[in-house]
Structures are given as structure tokens and as C-alpha cells.
Design a protein around this ligand. Sequence first.
Ligand SMILES: Cc1cc2nc3c(=O)[nH]c(=O)nc-3n(C[C@H](O)[C@H](O)[C@H](O)COP(=O)(O)OP(=O)(O)OC[C@H]3O[C@@H](n4cnc5c(N)ncnc54)[C@H](O)[C@@H]3O)c2cc1C
Length: 382
Amino acid sequence: MVRDVFGEEHELFRSQVRRFVEREVAPKIPEWNARGMSDRETWRRAGEEGFLGVNAPEAYGGAGADFLYSSIVMEELAYGRAHGMMVSLHSDICMPYLVTYGSEEQKRKWLPGAIRGELLLGICMTEPGTGSDLANVQTRAIRDGDHYLLNGAKTFISNGQIGDLFVVVAKTEPAAEPPHRGISLIVVEAGTPGFVRGRKLDKLGLRGQDTSEIFFENCRVPAANLLGAEGQGFRMLMEKLQQERLCIAVASVASCRRALDDTVAYARERRAFGQPIAAFQSIQFKLAELATEAEVGQAFVDRLLAAHVRGDEIVKEVSMAKWWTTDLQKRLTADCLQLHGGYGFMLEYPIAMDYADAAVQSIYAGTNEIMKVIIARRMGLG
Ligand SMILES: Cc1cc2nc3c(=O)[nH]c(=O)nc-3n(C[C@H](O)[C@H](O)[C@H](O)COP(=O)(O)OP(=O)(O)OC[C@H]3O[C@@H](n4cnc5c(N)ncnc54)[C@H](O)[C@@H]3O)c2cc1C
């Protein structure tokens, strides 16, 4: 079906991104998967091409384009299986904290480098003892003259090894009641003494992308690195979660389409009992069902994209899309793997990695259980 959420200009942009992914990103994926990390040169190239921070303001080097352009970058990278380069994390999840809550000085200092792909971003929320229960973070940022003294441990931090600048969720007032009122967001530059990168974690999927522990050991950060005001961190996080979760849904549907396209091609080629397996009605029905669900997911996501660009408050609907599309991606990749027979279990067949990569989608950016908690609350339940 024609996706009418995009105009002609968007489609021109899509062909540029697709060419970049095919020519400059796809050849790097095996190396990234082996190394467990992407490379800075490709990030810089993406910056040069104008594919980072596309909807950041022009005054700082962005294109000031609407969020649909960002979603095109996400879709093309997901369709190209280029999970090693988490552009959505950099451009659409972390960068908006600087754009919306940063002071003029902070924006001038960090945004141009981030948009050029020279300053890679990450966000440190999760800790070994707490993920879903964000208000319970234990990392402390205690004011000491014109600095904050940070102490604490973070884990599962994407871009933890390659990243240069991290938005850190910390308690500036550990005794605040309720606890979320004590939370602030502080930007920490990777070279700061006391900022310590821990292990690069060994993961089931997203093999080409680095996820790490990060420690703050008496890390002295200028007070000028506070985003917004003290105690406002939780509110800022909540305001930005709509977009973060929409990013996951956008990428999920694109990944579904790729797994499906490849499986349809495989079913046409692979022969059993003297005919292509695609001639078996049970296989046709399975693929027809999956294609239907991918279309349903796409239609929902496109509707949310249009609403998000309009500026609508769609937290409930985005939470629905996040759990539904990622759940679909897990089922769909499992079914597509099955249709590949034994080859589906071999890592040289991309569907095997699709299956592994899908597993995390229902976990990060708020687990699917948490999505249902949000939906239920907004339905007036509990
Ligand atoms: C590859 C990867 C990359 C990540 N990148 C980042 C990153 O860049 N930055 C960052 O800060 N974090 C990151 N995370 C962390 C991620 O956001 C957390 O893992 C996630 O929020 C869940 O937290 P948890 O692991 O502590 O699980 P827990 O919160 O301990 O949850 C365990 C289980 O209990 C369920 N549960 C918890 N509370 C409820 C409830 N109220 N009702 C019902 N069920 C509940 C959960 O749904 C889950 O199934 C990443 C994680 C992974 C795996």
C-alpha cells in the first residue's frame, strides 16, 4: 500500500538514505558484528550526508526537518539490518534533551559536533538494581561549589564504549519525597576524571552495537552541565518517552518487513517434494497472515507518526504500538526462521540474527509490561 504519510520530498530523502545504507553501511555490518561495535568514521560520514539530527534546529547544524525524516533514517537502517549504528538513540532519543532543555551555551557547545557525527551521544538511566522503576535510581549528584560530585553505577548503556557525551539520570536530592522529585539530568563528557567505562556486555542480539556498564567514581562535573532545573529530570524523561517509544515501533515494523521480504523470496526458491515450499498452502497462509499483521502495524505506526508530527499527546497510543509491534516482530521473526528450516538456525542466514535482534525490542525503552501499565492507567484502571 502507498504510505500517504510521506510526501515527494520525503521519498527523495529516503532514496538518499537507502543508497548510503547499501553502499557505506551494509559492507561494514559483518565487521561491526564481529567487533561488537560500529566505527566512528561511518558516523562521521552519516553526519556529512546530513543524516544525523535531521530534525534538530538549523542554527546548530541540523536540517530543522520534521520527524518523518528521522523516521526514514530509522526505517532504512532497520531494513538494512544496520543495528550497530543506533542513529535513533543518538538523534531522536538523546539529542532532543539537549535541544529542548539545554541552555543556549550548552546547545552551542554540544549540538554541532553531535550533528556532524563527531560527538556520539548516550543516555544513562538504568542501574544494576533498577530499570523499570526509574524513580529509584541510586546514582547521586551532590552539589559541591560550582560542580556536582557524581557517584554510582549504570548498566546496559547503549553507545557506552563509543559514546562521548552522556545524559545521566541522577539524584541531586536523594531524600526527596516522592523520590522522583529528587531526580535531575546532568550531561557528562566521557573524558571527565571519574567517568569510567566498564565491560562491553556480551549480548544475544544487536551484536554490532556496544552496550556497557558505566561507573561514576567521584566524578566532578561542572554545575553548568545540569539540564534545565534541579528536580525536573523525571518530568523531562516522561516528556521525551513518547518519541523514544515511537522510534522503537517505527524500527520494529521496518525489521518485520525485511524478515518477511527475505522469507517470501526464500520460500519461492527452496524446493521440497518437487515444488517450491511457497506452493504449500500452509506456508502461503502463514506468510499471508504475517504480511497482514505487518500492514496493520505499519498503518498504526504511520497514523502515530502523523499525530506526533502534529504535536498531539499520544502517550497511550504510542505505548500500544510499542508493545504490539515489538511483540509482532518477535512472533514474525520466529515464524520466518521456522520457514527457513535448518538454514534458519545458521548464523550465516540473516533471519537467525533477526530472531536474536528482535528479543530486546520488548525490553528496552520501557518493557512491554510497563507499556501495558501505562495504557491501563490511562484507561482509568488502577
Ligand atoms: C540492549 C539493551 C540496550 C539498552 N540501552 C539502554 C540505554 O542506552 N540506556 C539505559 O538507561 N538503559 C538501557 N537499557 C536498559 C533497559 O531500558 C532496561 O533493561 C529496561 O528498562 C528494563 O529494566 P530492567 O532490566 O532493570 O528490568 P526490571 O525492571 O528488573 O524488570 C524485570 C521484569 O519485571 C517486569 N516488571 C517490572 N515492573 C513491573 C510492573 N510494574 N508490572 C509488571 N511487570 C513489571 C519487567 O517488565 C520485566 O519483565 C538497555 C537494555 C538492553 C538490553
